[in-house]
Write a protein that binds this ligand. Structure first.
Ligand code: SF4
Ligand code: SF4
Length: 162
């Protein structure tokens, strides 16, 4: 099924970015930018493509991504996040990936925020989430009684050699 993208002018029924500390701008290690995104940034800031690429983006494992800074809530966040209002300071110049996120009618991080605030009975609490990705291998381990599927990875997050 094609991914459903919620456009800027469509209502967000199940989440409200204005009431969120911007998990999506903060907890991912990288926000990928394409050449088109860099062109958009260049136009937005009135600088050349090369200047925009150099000033606002960096290499991350062979990918071009937005630069990040230390954050007052999370460990780091996008350099374009207003750390007080938690809003994007380059809203009309932001990359495509930010425009389409989360690409569905619910935002999982907003759900966690609502869940924890209710659990803790405190509307000011923010669950500190950090997300990273590892390649894991699922293997089946067995004994005489049963077998089960487990995930295996080494301390560097790489799959164990067979
Ligand atoms: S994490 Fe979800 S609710 Fe929060 S700003 Fe991002 S898209 Fe909006
Ligand atoms: S460009 Fe804006 S929307 Fe995208 S990650 Fe940065 S602050 Fe968030």
């Amino acid at each position: 099924m094609a991914e459903r993208v919620i456009k800027d002018d469509q209502p967000r029924v199940y989440f409200d970015c204005n009431k969120c500390p911007a998990f999506c701008c903060s907890i991912y290690e990288r926000v990928t930018v394409t050449k088109r995104d860099i062109n958009r940034l260049a136009k937005y800031f009135g600088v050349s493509y090369d200047e925009a690429r150099e000033r606002y983006t960096k290499d991350y494992d062979g990918e071009r991504v937005l630069k990040r800074v230390r954050d007052v809530i999370f460990e780091e966040t996008c350099e374009f996040l207003d750390q007080k209002t938690r809003g994007c300071t380059i809203y009309h110049g932001r990359p495509a990936v930010c425009r389409s996120y989360p690409g569905r009618s619910r935002c999982a991080y907003y759900d966690v925020l609502r869940f924890e605030r209710k659990q803790q009975g405190d509307e000011s609490v923010v669950p500190l989430i950090k997300i990273t990705f590892r390649e894991v291998e699922d293997v089946v381990v067995s004994d005489e009684d049963s077998s089960e599927r487990i995930y295996e990875w080494d301390e560097n997050g790489k799959r164990r050699p067979k």
